[in-house]
Design a protein around this ligand. Structure first.
Ligand code: ATP
Length: 269
């Protein structure tokens, strides 16, 4: 009996559409990370090796973590997150063992993405390391060994985020390691408008909220700032509706909207 193919279950997790203002960056990410994860055989057939490591560089709060999580969702890849500073364990050999375990897990659950946040915290230039930075030295060495050991078939990609790409140990940037870099810059006005649109999408907005004007008025704001702005505006709306009043429990959320004045209030705090 021919059975109709069930529609794929919608994947839980962050999607590309929840990332604003980074269309060009996402194009690069799809080419460099998504393509090899989806079509490892195509790379082999063409005689090229897919990247094992990709560096996402850019200031804090610009969406590096979001990008890593979104590629994992979109490709259905297993996602393993490592926080640079957190993996540093003074107990002899513990950090290296932890890293080995995570790489093993990635290979078993491939396709997989290993995301290392704040790579610069564990992998500064080696000559900059003082005597007591022995742990970091060993972690870098272990990381390099593990990356060299990846079969190069593209099923495991290591994504690392840093806001100090120039302070990284150059050994990490050699071919076969983090040899691709995708730079993320703070959003321009149009990017800010897109990010504001993403974060205000689930909010009931009053007609007087002008996202273009807000984008214009927030130069220097990165994604994290704009997300916080939207959150604060919603909080201002709650406050205005009397959520903090003694009888605030009876707060009527029906018809509650976030107004331009709430955004103005949010920008003051
Ligand atoms: P850090 O270097 O501090 O880890 P990051 O670049 O990894 O920063 P994220 O953690 O990705 O930044 O972003 C923090 C939060 O800011 C996100 O959870 C999201 O709410 C918001 N944000 C940042 N960039 C964007 C963006 N381009 N589009 C939508 N939201 C964004």
């Amino acid at each position: 009996i021919m059975r109709e193919k069930a529609a794929p279950a919608p994947r839980a997790g962050l999607r590309y559409e929840e990332i604003g203002g980074l269309a060009r960056v996402l194009e690069r990410v799809r080419e460099v990370v998504e393509l090899p994860l989806r079509h490892p055989a195509a790379f082999a057939a063409l005689g090229i090796t897919p990247p094992r490591g990709v560096l996402l560089s850019g200031p804090p709060g610009t969406g590096k973590t979001l990008i890593a999580r979104a590629v994992a969702t979109e490709t259905g890849a297993h996602f393993i997150a490592i926080n640079g500073p957190e993996i540093v364990d003074r107990f002899y050999g513990a950090s290296e063992q932890q890293l080995r375990k995570l790489f093993e897990e990635a290979q078993q659950r491939a396709p997989a993405i290993i995301f290392i946040d704040e790579l610069d915290a564990i992998a500064p230039k080696r000559d900059a390391l003082s005597g007591e930075k022995q742990v970091e030295r060993r972690i870098v060495a272990q990381l390099l060994t593990l990356m060299d050991g990846l079969a190069g078939r593209g099923e495991v990609v290591v994504l690392a985020a840093t806001n100090l790409p120039d302070s990284l140990d150059p050994a990490l940037r050699r071919p076969g390691r983090f040899d691709r870099e995708i730079r993320i810059t703070p959003p321009d006005r149009e990017g800010r408008r897109e990010i504001l649109a993403v974060h205000s999408r689930p909010m009931p907005l009053a007609a007087d909220v002008d996202l273009d004007a807000l984008a214009e008025a927030t130069p220097g704001h990165v994604g994290a700032d704009l997300a916080a702005l939207c959150r604060e505006a919603a909080m201002a709306a709650l406050r205005r509706a009397g959520a903090l009043d003694p009888d605030g429990l009876a707060l009527a959320v029906e018809g509650l909207v976030v107004t331009a004045a709430d955004f103005a209030e949010a920008r003051r705090v």
